[in-house]
Structure formats: C-alpha cells, structure tokens
Design a protein around this ligand. Structure first.
Ligand SMILES: Nc1nc2c(ncn2[C@@H]2O[C@H](COP(=O)(O)OP(=O)(O)OP(=O)(O)O)[C@@H](O)[C@H]2O)c(=O)[nH]1
Ligand SMILES: [Mg+2]
Length: 326
C-alpha cells in the first residue's frame, strides 16, 4: 500500500491540462523550421504544433489511467473505503471516461494530420489546426467531473493509514466512550481525544509489542469512529469506516462500554450495539471492557478499566495477548 501511495498520480483539472498543452504548442511557434518551400514549411510547423498539443494531453491522461491502482487488486479494506468515500462504480466510470478522452484525442489527431498532408493552402492549414484545438478542448472539458472524482479518490487514498498484514485489534464502541484514549494507552499513536461525540472521523493506527523471551511480536491497533445503534443502511460515511475496519481488518475486537453514561448515551443503547456487533462479526473474538472505572464500577462480568488512571490496562493487555495467541 505504501508503494502504491507513492505512485498515485497528481491529477490536473481540464483547464490546467489545456493550459499546459497550449503552452507547449506555443513554444513550437517560436521554433524555426529549415525548409525552403514555404508551403512545406508551414505544414511542418502545423504538424509540430498539433503533435505537441495532443502529446501533452495524451501523456497526461495516460498517466492517470496507468498509475491509478487497479481497483480489483486493492485490499478489501481499501476497496471498501473507496466505496464509502467515492463509490467504485463512479470511479470506474471516471477512469473509463479518461481513457475515452485519450482515444478521441488520438483519433482527431490522426484525421487532422491526414487532411493536413493534402492541404496546400496555409490558411486552410491554420483552420484545420484550430478546429483540432477546439474539438480536443471540448473533449477534455467534458471529462472535468470525472477528473474531479479521480482526484478525490487519490487524495483520499493518500490520507489512509498504512495497514500492515499483521494481527490486528480493532477498538469499537459508542461515541465518546474512550476508544481513542485506549489507543493512546496501548500504543504511541496520538489520536485526538475530546469530550464530545464523533471526535474521531477516520481510522487511526497504532502498534503494540509483546516482548517475551526475546520473541518480539508486533500487533496493529486500530481506533475507529464511534458507532450508534442503528441499521447499516442508516449509518453515515464516518461510521461506515469503522464497520469496514471491523469487517476487513479485525482479528480481535475490543468493545468499550461506558457504564457511567458520561459519554452521553444510555448503557442500554450501547448494549444493543454490542449485540448487533457480536451478531455481525460472530467469527471474530471480542473482548468487552467497561471504561471510566475511576468514576464508577458496576457489577458485571466484563473487565473494568480506566483510561484516566490506567487501572486495569495491564490486565487488558494480557488478555489481548492471550486471546490473539489462542
Ligand atoms: N473519567 C474518565 N474519563 C475518560 C476516560 N476515558 C476517556 N475519558 C474521557 O472521555 C472523553 C472521550 O474520550 P475519547 O477517547 O475521545 O472517546 P472516543 O470513544 O474516542 O470518542 P469518539 O472519537 O468521539 O467516538 C474524553 O473527554 C476523555 O477524557 C476514563 O477512563 N475516565
Ligand atoms: Mg475517538
């Protein structure tokens, strides 16, 4: 993924592409062509301008299509994130439109150069060239919305964290229960923590190490945006990222409950969410913890921790290692 991110093309707008192409064509005008025959000289100059103009556009568009990662080769997680943010069909359509524009440019160039060969009038040559500029510009302008989608997809993929292919723990729960606080305690990652719901709007990754008899094992911990108890089709794009992480990355889920309800949500709602997560991800082990034990401890079968005082966190770590190695 890191490799892929580095090679993501930087996408220009239609106007920027055309500006660059016209600039290249203009550079040709300053060039001198050593041909005695006036007509031939005019033809060579026209050909060179057309070539420079279309080459610039074709090279640019070709780069977008070739350097964009093959959608079907993306990992399930990355594909799903793209689905949530931009839409896979839209993205395919956009890439298709860019290829189409590239083909059209080549076709128009071919036709124009053929006509140019048989033209002996310099005015007619200029007309042919200008007509090509017009047609090609209109094609490039037509794909502007598609370029926007590809640009959006590229900048989104750049913001995605690097996901390693190692054992992965995903922290989930209602908003404001202390998910990001726990990630901070378990790793060196520094996600934002605040006393309002939906502070976390994207996936954050941290790492945890088990150092036992000189055998070091690395784990990946993922902090997710808060989830509300509601059906999948009602979830917003931020929540869907959490679901994508649970679905594609989790070897173990840590589900945090906040029995103090200082998160702003009733425990009953949180328990409903827990039930649906258990059902939806029935093949993934879940550790259920109750956070904010510094404020309140209730009688329950679940582990109690406090991200504020650190109480119970060492025990939780042991439980994590134990669950992952079994
Ligand atoms: N008293 C107490 N407060 C806590 C504890 N853990 C977290 N908090 C507070 O709870 C609030 C929410 O913490 P976060 O870690 O941002 O919660 P989150 O689950 O990541 O929230 P979202 O990203 O919005 O879903 C913050 O004000 C924390 O300081 C705890 O163990 N005890
Ligand atoms: Mg958070």
């Amino acid at each position: 993924m890191r490799e892929m991110q580095r090679r993501l093309p930087s996408i220009k707008s239609s106007q920027e592409i055309l500006d660059k192409a016209f600039k290249r064509a203009k550079e040709i005008s300053r060039k001198r062509f050593f041909e005695r025959d006036r007509i031939k000289r005019a033809r060579i100059a026209s050909q060179a301008k057309i070539q420079a103009f279309t080459d610039t556009i074709i090279t640019e568009l070709d780069k977008y299509v070739k350097n964009f990662p093959t959608i079907d080769k993306l990992s399930g997680f990355h594909k799903e994130m793209l689905r949530i943010k931009v839409g896979i069909d839209e993205l395919r359509k956009a890439l298709g439109a860019v290829s189409w524009a590239e083909r059209m440019c080549k076709k128009i160039r071919r036709e124009t150069l053929r006509k140019l060969k048989y033209t002996t009038d310099t005015n007619a040559m200029a007309t042919l060239r200008k007509r090509l500029y017009g047609r090609v510009s209109s094609i490039v302008n037509q794909i502007e919305p598609h370029l926007k989608i590809i640009k959006e997809a590229c900048s989104f993929m750049e913001t995605l964290p690097y996901i390693e292919n190692i054992s992965t723990i995903v922290i989930a729960g209602y908003p404001n229960v202390g998910k990001s606080s726990l990630l901070r305690l378990l790793s060196r990652a520094k996600p934002e923590i605040a006393s309002y719901p939906f502070t976390t709007k994207e996936i954050h990754v941290g790492h945890m190490e088990k150092d036992e008899r000189h055998v070091r094992e690395r784990y990946q911990i993922i902090d997710t945006p808060g989830l509300l108890d509601r059906p999948l089709e009602k979830r917003n794009k931020i929540e869907l990222q959490a679901i994508a992480a649970l679905k594609h990355l989790a070897d173990l889920i840590i589900f945090i409950l906040d029995p103090t309800e200082t998160c702003g949500y009733r425990l009953e709602e949180q328990m409903n969410l827990l039930r649906s997560i258990k059902k939806e991800f029935s093949n993934t082990p879940i550790i259920i913890v109750e956070n904010k034990s510094d404020l309140m401890k209730r009688k329950s079968p679940y582990m109690k921790i406090s991200c504020k005082t650190g109480e119970g966190v060492e025990k939780l770590k042991e439980k994590i290692f134990e669950t992952l190695s079994s």
